[in-house]
Design a protein around this ligand. Structure first.
Ligand code: UD1
Length: 422
């Protein structure tokens, strides 16, 4: 099993280029199912989740040529409508093929994704919305069997809760449905804006892009013809590197980043004493005189992202004072707390809030990654912990961070990927 070995205490310097956003690329790849013509995607991050979804397309019968950050996809030859457990269980976001398969082919089977370390993560809202659009849905033997023999029809969907994946699935389903779909309480993350723009560029009318209310005029079964899509920069990767600069008290520059997408993280780091220069698509973070404690609540975009909660907790562990971090989106997204405490942090959990008492120093130890973003928090802590930190189960990290150790090494960190011989 591979692990990362980090010798803490090195200052970072220089610049790092931010990769394309995994969470934008996944729905964009799923949306290619809406087309029977070739489409080229660029600026894809080199991460396992992207390869997994591209593999799913080939298992459905699509043709994929994938090299580096570019994929040429031709879904004219799709001849299977089944997303099997072996793939969906590796990556929950495979559920994103449900909407496009159903709306284009009138039927599909998609394995239920099941829960995961950070919470139950049901898909009830996706299914309820598809039913409102005319889908007949049955759950049998762990699979969602969905049918719409006469195609889906437009509907007024009011999401009980803001859901990123649910909004994406329904936007894709609506694009080829008959008539108008209105999504109220839609998610408005930048990744959803990219998906909507891709579909709108293919000639589908979508009103309200970037707002909580989307109105989509479907093509009534006519497949779309996409223009090439360049994936937007990864705001969570960018936020993670800002935290790397912050926790090591280093000046580093991020390139190819959209500052407006990470405003919430920048604001919180400013409140902790860090300062920034933002110019075009670059952001430079400057060290703080003293790291001040922070108070934050995770919430939907443009609020503070749950995907940055763990990384901020690592920085808060070294603040001068007590920080309060409340997780509102996922019921169990605190698995990193006990691991950060193994490194010498002083964090107490009460319900969905973590009280983080800043300590002067962290100490290297063996720690275990539990989910994607928790892993990066442990790496961040390892960058400053005295001695050696070994972060295990880094397959979580490989799902979503493009060459993390390579990029950190280039910034001056002492971090190596190793393999247990056992
Ligand atoms: C996406 C992101 C993930 C991020 C999350 C919240 C991708 C691939 N993943 O996940 O990184 O942490 O948004 O910003 O883009 N819910 C239901 N029923 C549903 C759907 C969701 O109860 O049918 C709940 C979830 O359990 C959670 C909340 O709604 O508590 C938000 O989940 P959602 O926005 O759907 O997250 P994902 O799309 O899975």
């Amino acid at each position: 099993m591979q692990y990362l070995e980090i010798r803490g205490g090195k200052k970072l310097s220089g610049s790092v280029t931010i990769s394309g956003a995994k969470n934008a690329a996944l729905p964009v790849i799923a949306a290619t199912i809406l087309s029977d013509k070739p489409v080229t995607l660029t600026n894809l991050p080199d991460v396992v989740d992207i390869r997994t979804l591209l593999t799913l397309l080939t298992m459905l019968g699509g043709t994929v040529e994938h090299k580096g950050s570019v994929a040429h996809i031709d879904n004219s030859s799709i001849n299977s409508h089944k997303a099997v457990y072996e793939i969906v269980s590796q990556m929950r976001a495979s559920i994103l093929v449900l909407g496009p398969l159903l709306t284009r082919f009138g039927e599909c089977e998609v394995s239920l994704p099941g829960g995961c370390a950070i919470g139950q993560r049901p898909i009830d809202l996706h299914l309820k919305a598809l039913e409102a659009m005319g889908a007949e849905i049955a759950i049998e033997s762990g699979y969602v069997h969905a049918k719409a023999p006469n195609g889906l029809h437009g509907a007024k969907i009011i999401f009980d809760k803001i859901t990123v994946g649910g909004t994406e699935n329904i936007v894709m389903a609506a694009a080829m449905a008959k008539g108008t779909t209105t999504i109220i309480n839609a998610a408005k993350e930048p990744e959803i804006v990219q998906l909507c723009e891709m579909i709108a560029d293919a000639g589908v009318s979508i009103k309200g892009i970037g707002t909580n209310e989307l109105v989509i005029e479907g093509t009534d079964g006519i497949p779309l013809q996409f223009k090439n899509v360049e994936i937007i920069p990864d705001r969570i990767e960018a936020g993670t590197y800002l935290c790397a600069g912050a926790i090591t008290q280093s000046e580093i520059r991020l390139e190819k980043v959209k500052a407006e997408h990470i405003r919430a993280s920048i604001d919180k780091l400013e409140s902790m004493g860090f300062s920034f220069d933002i110019s075009g698509d670059t952001i430079t973070i400057h060290p703080a005189e003293h790291i001040k404690p922070v108070s934050l609540i995770t919430i939907e975009y443009p609020g503070f992202p749950t995907d940055m909660q763990a990384q901020f907790m690592a920085v808060a562990a070294l603040a001068e004072g007590e920080s309060l971090i409340e997780e509102r989106l996922f019921e169990n997204r605190f698995m990193h707390v006990s691991e950060l405490n193994r490194l010498g942090a002083d964090i107490w959990l009460k319900g969905s809030t973590a009280a983080v008492k800043g300590v002067g120093t962290l100490h290297g130890a063996d720690v275990m990654a539990t989910d994607l973003r928790a892993s990066s928090a442990l790496v961040l802590a390892g960058l400053v912990a005295e001695g050696t930190t070994k972060v295990r189960r880094i397959y979580h990290l490989d799902r979503g961070y493009d060459n993390l150790e390579g990029k950190l090494t280039a910034l001056g960190a002492d971090i190596i990927r190793k393999k247990d011989t056992k």
